[in-house]
Write a protein that binds this ligand. Structure first.
Ligand code: NDP
Length: 604
C-alpha cells in the first residue's frame, strides 16, 4: 500500500479553538532554554563523522601560489551559478574552491537512500535552457540533480581552475594591493581581486547534545555522510548490509521522510525516533512528457520559477503552471471563517493540516502509531514533506515508531538509546538531525572573511546582519555574499532565488568591474538603508508582521531560531516584502543603472 489515498476533511469535523489550544500545548512541550545550543558541531570526538565518505582517502597535491580574478567559495548551486554568470560576464580566471571532492554542494553530500528534491525538477534544476537536458520526472532524484550540476560546471568550463577537497582557512583583504589573499588547508596562497562566498545555509551537519552520545560503541553516521560501506545499496535502496541489523534513526525531518522507507525495507529492525512529526503530503511523481518539455518557449524556465514563487506566496497568476501540493497550499476560507473565531488564513491552514492528519489515519494501521505521527502545528511552521511511502512504512512489522513526545532522546549509552525510561539496543544510530543554522559565519565555515582593517564578517554582524540586497557588505570591498537566507528573498525553491542573485552578480561585474575598476563596495549609507528597510518591513508591514507573529506561535525548529525569534532574527531574516518583491528590487536596481549604493574606485 502507498500513502496516496486521502480523505478530505469537513469543517464540521473540528473545533478551531480546541485546535488552537492543542497547537499551543504541543509547542510548549518543545520549547527549551538552550535553543540552538542544544546542538553541537561534528568536531572533536565527532570530527570523523564529518569526513567525506565519497572520496578515496589520502588525496594529496602540491600547494598552489597564484593569482586569479575571482575566488568562489562553494561548489553548490550558489557558487556554481555565480561562477557561470561571471563567466558569461566575461571573467576569465574563476576559481571555485570546494571542500567536497566535486561540484554539487547539497547534492554532492546528500546521497542517502531516497534522496530527491520535492520542488518540481523543471524549476529546481537551474539553467536547463542554457545547458540542455530533460529531467526524467516531475521530481528529480539526487543523482540526476548532481549530474546536472556537473554539466553546468562543464558547460561554463568551471572545472579548469577549481580546487576540490580544499578548505579555506583565511580570506584577508589587503588595503595596499586592493586584493585578497586566500589561504587554504592545502597551504595554497591565492591572490584574488574578487571573492564570492556561497557556502550554503544548510551545509554543516549537526548533532544533538544528547547525554552520553560519546559513549556509544555501535556504528553511527549522519545522513549527509551516508555510509554505504556499512548499509550496502545506493540512492535507490537495496540496503542489504542492514539485513541482520537493529537500526535507530534519530529525527523525522525532510531527510528522514525520504530514507526511512528504504531503512524499513532493509533493516532487520528499525526504530524511528521522533521528537516532532513532519507533515507528510502527497507527492504524486510522474515521468516528464517529452513533447511538452521540448515545446517550451524560450525563457520558459525563469517564467515558471517566477510563476511558482508568485503562487506559493499568495500572488495572482493567470495559470498555476507547476500545479502541485506546494502551489495548492491554501484556498480561500473567508466564508467558513466568517464566524470570526479565527482568521480565514488560519481556518484554511487548519483545514490543510486536518487533511494531513486524516491522511495519517487512512494509511497507518495501528491507531496509537497513527496518533503519534500526526503533526499539531500550522502548515509551514516546519518544512512540509511530500512522500507516498513514508507513512505506510510504519505498517511493517519490523518498523517501530519511538515517540519521545516532543522531548527527544533521553540519553545514549554504549549499546543504544533511552527514551521514556526504556532502553533500545541497536547496532547502528543514524543521525537525521539536520544542519547548523544561526551559528555565525566563521564558526560554521571554519574561516573568517576579513574586510578593511582586518575586521571579520562576524564582527561586522555582531548586532545583526548588515548588507545591501543580502549580497554586498560595507567595509568588505570586492566581496559578494551569495545564496544566504539573510536580508534576501526566501522561498521554497532555493534554486530560484540563487538564479536571480547570480544573474544580478553577473550584471554587477559587467557594469562595475570593467578593466580599470579596483574596488566595488556598498556605502555605509546604502547598507544602513537596506537594514532599516528589512527591519521596518517586518515591524511595520502588516503581511510581514503577520508572518512574524505566525512564526512566533510555531513549534520550534530552524525556521524560527528554535522557537526564539528575536530582534536580531528579524534583521537576519528574509526580505519582508516577499521573494518576488525582492526580485523586483534587484531588477529595478539593474534597470535604473548607475549601481546605486555602490562605490566604485578606478585606477587613476
Ligand atoms: P531537520 O532540521 O529538518 O530535521 C532534524 C530532525 O531531527 C527533526 O525531526 C528534529 O526534531 C530531530 N531532532 C533533533 N534533535 C533531536 C533529539 N535530541 N532527539 C530526537 N530528535 C531530534 O533536518 P533534515 O535533514 O531533515 O532537513 C533539513 C532541510 O533540508 C529541510 O528542512 C529542507 O529544507 C532540506 N531538505 C529538502 C529536501 C527536498 O526534498 N527538497 C529533502 C531533504 C531535506 P524537531 O522537529 O523536534 O526539532
Amino acid at each position: 500500500m502507498t500513502d496516496s489515498n486521502v480523505r478530505a476533511v469537513e469543517v464540521a469535523d473540528f473545533d478551531p479553538l480546541e485546535l488552537k489550544r492543542k497547537y499551543a500545548q504541543e509547542r510548549a512541550k518543545r520549547i527549551r532554554d538552550d535553543g540552538i545550543a542544544q546542538y553541537r558541531q561534528l568536531t572533536g570526538p565527532f570530527a570523523e563523522l564529518a569526513d567525506d565518505p565519497y572520496v578515496e582517502p589520502g588525496f594529496e597535491r602540491e600547494p598552489l601560489q597564484d593569482e586569479v580574478d575571482v575566488v568562489v567559495v562553494g561548489g553548490g548551486f550558489g557558487g556554481l551559478l555565480s561562477a557561470a554568470e561571471l563567466r558569461r560576464a566575461g571573467v576569465e580566471k574563476i576559481r571555485i574552491i570546494e571542500r567536497g571532492g566535486d561540484i554539487g554542494g547539497t547534492w554532492y553530500w546528500n546521497r542517502y537512500p531516497g534522496a530527491a528534491c520535492d520542488i518540481e525538477s523543471y524549476i529546481y534544476l537551474p539553467m536547463l535552457e542554457e545547458v540542455g537536458g530533460m529531467p526524467k520526472n516531475k521530481y528529480a532524484r539526487a543523482p540526476e540533480i548532481w549530474e546536472h550540476t556537473k554539466k553546468i560546471a562543464r558547460t561554463f568550463d568551471l572545472y579548469r581552475d577549481a580546487l576540490f577537497q580544499t578548505k579555506i582557512t583565511d580570506a584577508r583583504w589587503n588595503d595596499e594591493t586592493e586584493k585578497r589573499t586566500i589561504r587554504t588547508s592545502r597551504d595554497d596562497v591565492i591572490t584574488a581581486r574578487y571573492l564570492v562566498t556561497s557556502t550554503g545555509p544548510l551545509a554543516h551537519p549537526k548533532l544533538p547534545r544528547i547525554p552520553g552520545i560519546e559513549s556509544y560503541e555501535g556504528h553511527m553516521f549522519h545522513t549527509s555522510r551516508w555510509d554505504y560501506g556499512y548499509t550496502g545499496g545506493d540512492n535507490e535502496g537495496g540496503l542489504t548490509g542492514l539485513a541482520d541489523k537493529r537500526v535507530a534513526i534519530i529525527g523525522t525531518g525532510a531527510t528522514a521522510i525520504q530514507c526511512v522507507p528504504h531503512l524499513g525495507a532493509g533493516a532487520k529492525e528499525l526504530f524511528v525516533v521522533q521528537r516532532t512529526p513532519s507533515s507528510v503530503h502527497v507527492r504524486a511523481d510522474r515521468p516528464t512528457d517529452a513533447d511538452w518539455f521540448r515545446n517550451q518557449p524560450k525563457g520558459w524556465q525563469r517564467e515558471r520559477m517566477a510563476n511558482f514563487t508568485t503562487v506559493f506566496h499568495g500572488g495572482r497568476v493567470e495559470e498555476d503552471l507547476v500545479h502541485d501540493a506546494w502551489t495548492e497550499s491554501f484556498f480561500d476560507a473567508t466564508d467558513i471563517a466568517a464566524q470570526g473565531i479565527v482568521s480565514p488564513f488560519q481556518m484554511s491552514n487548519f483545514l490543510k493540516m486536518e487533511d494531513v492528519r486524516a491522511r495519517v489515519d487512512s494509511i497507518v494501521d495501528d491507531p496509537a502509531t497513527a496518533e503519534s505521527l500526526k503533526p499539531w502545528y500550522n502548515f509551514f511552521c516546519k518544512r512540509p514533506c511530500f512522500h507516498d511511502q513514508y507513512l505506510a512504512t510504519f505498517n511493517r512489522a519490523n518498523v517501530h515508531l519511538v515517540d519521545t513526545d516532543g522531548q527527544g532522546v533521553e540519553r545514549i549509552d554504549e549499546t543504544g538509546l533511552w527514551v521514556n525510561g526504556e532502553h533500545y539496543e541497536v547496532d547502528c544510530i543514524i543521525f537525521s538531525t539536520g544542519f547548523e543554522v544561526g551559528t555565525g559565519f566563521a564558526a560554521k565555515n571554519g574561516f573568517a572573511v576579513r574586510g578593511r582593517g582586518g575586521v571579520t564578517l562576524d564582527e561586522h554582524w555582531a548586532d545583526g546582519f548588515r548588507s545591501l540586497h543580502g549580497i554586498h557588505v560595507n567595509g568588505f570591498p570586492n566581496y559578494f555574499y551569495v545564496g544566504g537566507l539573510e536580508q534576501a528573498g526566501r522561498t521554497a525553491n532555493f534554486a530560484h532565488m540563487i538564479s536571480e542573485q547570480a544573474a544580478y552578480l553577473g550584471y554587477v561585474f559587467e557594469a562595475g568591474s570593467g578593466g580599470a575598476t579596483r574596488t566595488i563596495e556598498v556605502t555605509a549609507e546604502a547598507e544602513q538603508a537596506w537594514v532599516t528597510e528589512i527591519v521596518e518591513l517586518v515591524t511595520k508591514n502588516s503581511a510581514a508582521a503577520q508572518n512574524q507573529a505566525f512564526q512566533q506561535e510555531c513549534t520550534p525548529g530552524y525556521y524560527n531560531n528554535e522557537g526564539a525569534p528575536s530582534r536580531i532574527a528579524i534583521q537576519n531574516g528574509a526580505y519582508g516584502g516577499g521573494p518576488m518583491a525582492y526580485v523586483e528590487v534587484l531588477n529595478s536596481w539593474r534597470e535604473e543603472g548607475g549601481l546605486a549604493g555602490l562605490s566604485i574606485t578606478e585606477a587613476p
